[in-house]
Design a protein around this ligand. Structure first.
Ligand code: SF4
Ligand code: SF4
Length: 98
């Protein structure tokens, strides 16, 4: 059977990034790809590289991908500004972001 080439291009009109990968830490195990029920990611064609964010606008920010990643620091949320929470420590005055 002849091999087929499949071309996948990340969404150009809405290039937001619901999560950020740390290329130095991510092992490219693709567990986050399997975990995401919305199929936001696809595996990277190069083994060992972080997945590709193909459908960022579909992310629900539920966090399964971040919570299930077995490698600390490999993936983190990148909340849109409107969804970010802030709180201020009354004693120090320092503003923290969730
Ligand atoms: S972010 Fe975590 S779960 Fe996803 S490929 Fe990298 S190491 Fe695996
Ligand atoms: S937060 Fe949820 S929907 Fe968004 S990429 Fe992670 S698993 Fe998929």
């Amino acid at each position: 059977m002849p091999k087929k080439k499949i071309f996948a291009i990340p969404n150009v009109p809405t290039p937001n990034q619901p999560v950020l990968f740390n290329e130095d830490v991510c092992t490219g195990c693709n567990l986050c790809v399997e975990t995401c029920q919305i199929d936001v990611f696809i595996p990277h064609p190069q083994k060992g590289k972080p997945p590709i964010i193909l459908h960022p606008e579909e992310c629900w920010y539920g966090g399964c991908c971040v919570n299930d990643c077995p490698v600390p620091g490999a993936i983190q949320f990148n909340w849109p500004l409107a969804l970010r929470g802030y709180w201020k420590n009354k004693e120090t005055g320092k503003v923290h972001q969730i």
